[in-house]
Design a protein around this ligand. Structure first.
Ligand SMILES: [Zn+2]
Length: 179
C-alpha cells in the first residue's frame, strides 16, 4: 500500500484529481455567491415596489405639491409676459425717406438666426404713395395706381436701403438717441 501511494503515477494522478475537485468546489461556491447576489437584488427590488405601492400618502402632501406646481406655473407665465412686453423700440421704425423715395418695411424675428430682420421692404410711389412694383432684379419700379415709371436710371435697390436702415439704427444706438 505504501508503495502504491509513493508511486510517481499515483502522486501525479492524485494531485490532478485534487486540483480538479478544488476547481469544481470553487466554481460551485462562486456560482452560489453570484446566484445569491442576484436573488438578493430581486428581493430588494420586490420589497421596494411593494413598499412603494403600499405607501400611505397624506392628502396635505398632494395639496402642497399642487400648490407648488401652481406657483411655478404662475412664475413661468409672469416671466413670459414680461419678455413679450419688452418690445425693442426700433420695431416702430418701419418707414423712412431715402435718397430717392419713401420706403416701408416690417420687422420679422428669425428664430433660426435669433435676430430681427427687415422684411417686405418696398418703395412708395413719389406721386401717390402707393407701394410700387418691380421686376425681380429691381432694375425699374412702376406704380400700379398712377402708372408712375421710375425708368432705369438712379434706381434705389432694396438691399442698399436695408443696409442704410441697419446703419441708421446703429448710428442712433451709438449716439444714445432713442427712436
Ligand atoms: Zn403712384
Amino acid at each position: 500500500m505504501k508503495k502504491f501511494l509513493k508511486s510517481p503515477w499515483t502522486i501525479s494522478i492524485g494531485s490532478t484529481l485534487l486540483g480538479f475537485l478544488l476547481t469544481v468546489l470553487y466554481d460551485f461556491a462562486k456560482g452560489k455567491h453570484v446566484f445569491s447576489t442576484i436573488k438578493a437584488v430581486f428581493t430588494t427590488l420586490y420589497d421596494w415596489i411593494v413598499l412603494s405601492l403600499n405607501f400611505q400618502i397624506r392628502v396635505w402632501w398632494i395639496l402642497l405639491a399642487l400648490a407648488v406646481l401652481v406657483v411655478i406655473r404662475c412664475i413661468i407665465l409672469h416671466n413670459k409676459q414680461e419678455q413679450s412686453d419688452e418690445r425693442p423700440a426700433f420695431l416702430d421704425y418701419t418707414s423712412d425717406r431715402f435718397s430717392k423715395w419713401k420706403w416701408s418695411w416690417e420687422w420679422n424675428f428669425s428664430s433660426l438666426e435669433q435676430k430681427w430682420q427687415v422684411s417686405n421692404l418696398h418703395p412708395h410711389c413719389p406721386k401717390c404713395d402707393t407701394p410700387m412694383l418691380s421686376d425681380k432684379y429691381e432694375s425699374y419700379f412702376k406704380c400700379p395706381r398712377c402708372k408712375y415709371d421710375s425708368g432705369y436710371e438712379n434706381i434705389e435697390k432694396s438691399y442698399e436701403v436695408e443696409a442704410v436702415i441697419i446703419d441708421n439704427l446703429d448710428r442712433r444706438f451709438r449716439s444714445g438717441k432713442s427712436l
